[in-house]
Design a protein around this ligand. Sequence first.
Ligand code: DGY
Length: 334
Amino acid sequence: MPQNRPRAFISGALPGRALAGGSVLDPLREVADCHVWEGQGSPGEGALREALHESEGLLCLLTDRVDRALIEACPRLRVISSCSVGVDHIDLGAASERGIVVGNTPGVLTDATADLAFGLLLAAARRLVEGDRFVREGHWRAERRWYPSMFLGADLSGKTLGVLGLGPIGRAVARRAAGFGMRVVGWTRSMREVEGVETLALPEVLAQSDFVSVHVALAEETRGLIGEKAIAAMKPTAILINTARGGIVDEAALAEALASGALFAAALDVFADEPLAPESPLRDLPNVVLAPHMGSATHRTREAMARMAVENLRAGLLGEPLAACVNPEVIQRS
Ligand code: DGY
């Protein structure tokens, strides 16, 4: 066994096997000593700090908070590879200052996340979860077997979908909407042109859309983007879908709008604080579909994310370019 192999800490068990059998971690084990967190849940700040003190590499999940204090406490750290496309749990400024390269997993989760966004859109439009509860809770009775005004929801065809953020996932949602006969309008900070999408200013998208689906990354500029003012600009018949990050939507303002009828419904896969607090008013609203951050949760996608995160970490430890790097300036200046 060669001496001075780097040490890599993996903050949770990863799904999937290597393509030829064995563990998804095998390519990493070839170049580094791997230590996988085996405790309950996520490691937490103290355990992360302890594990990373001697580590050159970290493979983390979006539940690990990799902040400036942690980065500064880990003198040997050279590579952070997150098994996620979103990297808002990592202080990128602090990592870049220290010359630490940060990798993520874009692309492989685009379709799975777009599918879930569209599934949530349909569920909210057609009141599927309400219907499911109605049947299970024994309210579906012979004397009211079917009647014309039972569980009326919203149509999709001919309606307008507003896509906020026209990256790969937003564009994949737009393609699905076209298949359902919807008009698609969109907003992105760069106002880029996207085929099949009419790019408009944000207030226009909000005002014209029957459905608004959020696909921007969480950053200082997008935190609270959908607050009281944005919600008031939407049609009262509109449905909001969020599969991006909870912090983009002001949950208190949303709950108020949904309760008062200022907004028809919402479908949310992500929340400002996860898991969603027991006292969140969103839990009591019948016109909200709730999901536990499962946009990329398919067997194939999670395996692909794990493989990509492993490859990113391996490449970084070997001093090679990462397949997906969110701070490439670190490599360019080294
Ligand atoms: C991500 O990757 O950022 C998603 O939120 C989880 O797949």
